[in-house]
Structure formats: structure tokens, C-alpha cells
Design a protein around this ligand. Structure first.
Ligand SMILES: C[S@@+](CC[C@H](N)C(=O)[O-])C[C@H]1O[C@@H](n2cnc3c(N)ncnc32)[C@H](O)[C@@H]1O
Length: 207
């Protein structure tokens, strides 16, 4: 009961605030404006990427997320920034879109949370066009043994508190392991961010 109330009323606000720090917004701006054509944003959440889209490059945006509560916040943001988005409530494990229909898959701070990564990446590969691009920006496992050790220790509790978010996923390995080929990869600790959650990976991949 308390857990349900927390997930419904508290967690969406926590995620919205925690994912909109200055360093994270800076990261968003490195990735999101590259989206073009028909865009599918996986795990659009509360819509924190909405202000960063280059509207002149985008044909259509579809925002997928299983959380109705986060979706309500995202709808308000889309209206505020006059961005036309088709919101779909659902997980990436089963994407109700035709194969070979998406020019840009955008995923930010969501590979940490998706429970069924294998199925989800398979679906992402199905819907993306042969010449489409996957833009990603994620936090994940740090390169330093000491930080990694704490990430692994804290992860079980962290995941319970933050809606299934994992702080110790190896993002490049997950993307490449699914069959996507990474063509650009950058990584660093975000400034002013605790190191256990602040190691970011961002870049581009394709089929
Ligand atoms: C930390 S939030 C990030 C939200 C947003 N991408 C951002 O950059 O602010 C993680 C998001 O993953 C979403 N999520 C959880 N399970 C998912 C799934 N199976 N498929 C797609 N998204 C999922 C959550 O609802 C949440 O919106």
C-alpha cells in the first residue's frame, strides 16, 4: 500500500527533479538535437528531453513509457513547448509500431531501468529503419574499481527506491551485445554529481 502510494505520488516527482539537474540537462543537449525524421523516444518519462528537440529536423515524435503518472507530466511539457508528440503508454518490450519505420531512436537515462533489456533492444532493432540512428545518453557502471564496488553494493536498495533504476549497468556492452553497432561513444563523470550515479555514456549506434 505504502509502496504503491510512493510509486504513484512521490516517485514521479523525484524522478522529474533528479533527472533535471544542470549537468544532466547539459548532457541532453549534446544528444537530443540530433534527432531527426520519425523519432521514437523510449522511456520518455516526464518529458525532460522535450525542450531539447530541434523541431525543424523532426517529422514526428512518438513518446513511449509505461508510467501513466510520468506521462501526465510529459503531456503538460509538450503543450508548454508546443511540441506535437504521440504518447504511447507501454514498455519497450513490445512496441506497437511497424517494423522499419523509425529514423531516430532516442533513449536517455532509461536503459538503467528497463527490466527486460534483451526483448526491448530486439524490438528497438525491429522498428528502426536500416539507415536509422540510435541516440543514447545513460548513466552506468564506472571505470574505477572503488566506485564500481559501491555501485554494486548500493544497487539493490537504489533500485527499490528509484523505480527499478540500476546504477551498475554496462551501457556500451548492453547496446553492442544486442547487435547495434556503436559508431560514437563518449564517457565521463558528470560534474557536481555523486560518482556512483554520475558516470555517463553517450553517443550513437546503428544496425
Ligand atoms: C530515470 S527515468 C528517465 C526518463 C527520461 N528518459 C529522462 O531522460 O528523463 C526512467 C524511465 O524509464 C521508464 N521505463 C521503465 N520501464 C520501462 C520499459 N519497460 N520500457 C520503456 N521505459 C521504461 C520509466 O517509466 C521512466 O520514465
Amino acid at each position: 500500500m505504502i509502496g504503491e502510494m510512493y510509486d504513484k505520488y512521490v516517485l514521479p516527482k523525484i524522478l522529474d527533479v533528479c533527472c533535471s539537474t544542470k549537468p544532466i540537462n547539459y548532457q541532453r543537449n549534446k544528444v537530443v538535437p540530433k534527432a531527426k525524421g520519425n523519432v521514437l523516444e523510449i522511456g520518455i518519462g516526464s518529458g525532460l528531453n522535450i525542450p531539447h528537440y530541434d523541431k525543424s529536423s523532426v517529422n514526428k515524435i512518438i513518446g513511449l513509457d509505461p508510467s501513466e503518472e510520468l506521462n501526465e507530466i510529459a503531456i503538460k511539457k509538450a503543450a508548454k513547448y508546443s511540441v506535437d508528440i504521440d504518447f504511447v503508454i507501454g514498455g519497450a518490450e513490445e512496441i506497437a509500431l511497424p517494423s522499419n519505420s523509425i529514423d531516430t531512436l532516442l533513449i536517455t537515462y532509461t536503459l538503467c531501468t528497463i527490466p527486460e533489456l534483451k526483448e526491448s533492444l530486439k524490438e528497438m532493432k525491429r522498428v528502426i529503419k536500416d539507415n536509422g540512428i540510435l541516440l543514447f545518453c545513460e548513466h552506468g557502471i564506472a571505470p574505477d574499481q572503488n566506485i564500481m564496488k559501491w555501485q554494486n553494493r548500493i544497487n539493490p536498495l537504489w533500485s527499490k527506491l528509484f523505480g527499478g533504476c540500476n546504477i551498475n549497468r554496462n551501457i556500451p556492452k548492453i547496446i553492442q551485445g544486442s547487435g547495434f553497432k556503436i559508431s560514437k561513444l563518449e564517457q565521463m563523470y558528470l560534474p557536481s554529481t555523486p560518482k556512483i550515479v554520475g558516470y555517463n555514456y553517450w553517443g550513437e549506434a546503428s544496425l
